[in-house]
Design a protein around this ligand. Sequence first.
Ligand SMILES: *Cc1c(COP(=O)(O)O)cnc(C)c1O
Length: 318
Amino acid sequence: MTLHIETPLIESRAMSFASGRSVWLKLDAMQPSGSFKLRGIGLACETYLARGARRFISSSGGNAGLAVAYAGRRLGVPVVVVVPETTSERAKALLELEKAEVIVQGSSWQEANAYTQSLIRESDAFLHPFDDPLLWQGHATLIDEVFHFGLKPDALVLSVGGGGLMSGVIEGLYRNGWQDIPVFAVETMGAASFHAALNAGHTVELDQITSVATSLGAKRVCEQAFDWSKKHSIQSVLVSDQSALTACERFLDDHRLLVEPACGASLAAIYEKIPELDEFNNILVVVCGGATTTIEQLRKLKLPALNSIGEKNNENPD
Ligand SMILES: *Cc1c(COP(=O)(O)O)cnc(C)c1O
């Protein structure tokens, strides 16, 4: 038994029609914690528990924190999640629904995370949102499921924040003998830390995150994600916040699932028929999910006149 579930894999008729090719969806939005994060974090929590951890600690007010909270409740292990003051009431409420202790500390994620580190005792396990080999091993199960289903896509589209999902998915490709499938790594323009690493030839730290896709807001990707780019065919794709938001709305109409802008970024690559995908006929999109978004929030974000998006610092690397 794993903490994550095997998620549906369906062909999207609407997206296939919109893009003129077969588009398959791995619906990780349906994980009980609301995102793919539960795959890796579930495995990491089980492993740390077996190694003697008595408490799980996270500094993520987003999907990583929710996955830790879910895992802790299921495993009977107390969870502490430290979040900055900028965290939404909804995110805090969702964490509390999972019985996590929520501590609000600091005005930025950096401050919350620094405080988190000071809390960690020897019997605690700190769960990183994207930079842990156990996470990648768990995320790789997503590809195991596609493999067992018997569908071999000729291209894979996924969103990149800190690069944990991508590192795990590529690990899954290799462990199933599918290393010939290229990966399209989608980011929003204001959160393009993987794109920046590819350009620089090494990981770099962005000055700030300006995208509404907060789950993509890691200022620097993990070394593992960059290392894969030297070994595997990975192409960076950038989309605008507005494209990601529009894709979320369209996806809600097409598939009746509400996802975050971080996930909408990958969907936008299909809806907007990016030329990079022209030569592929069977595309698999990881519908990575997102639990903290509401329809009201999506609509508000879509009205740029009411928001000075470029002035915000939306970093929240989870
Ligand atoms: C965490 C997350 C991402 C980014 O994953 P990384 O492992 O940080 O690259 C994308 N979408 C959603 C919904 C997420 O929760």
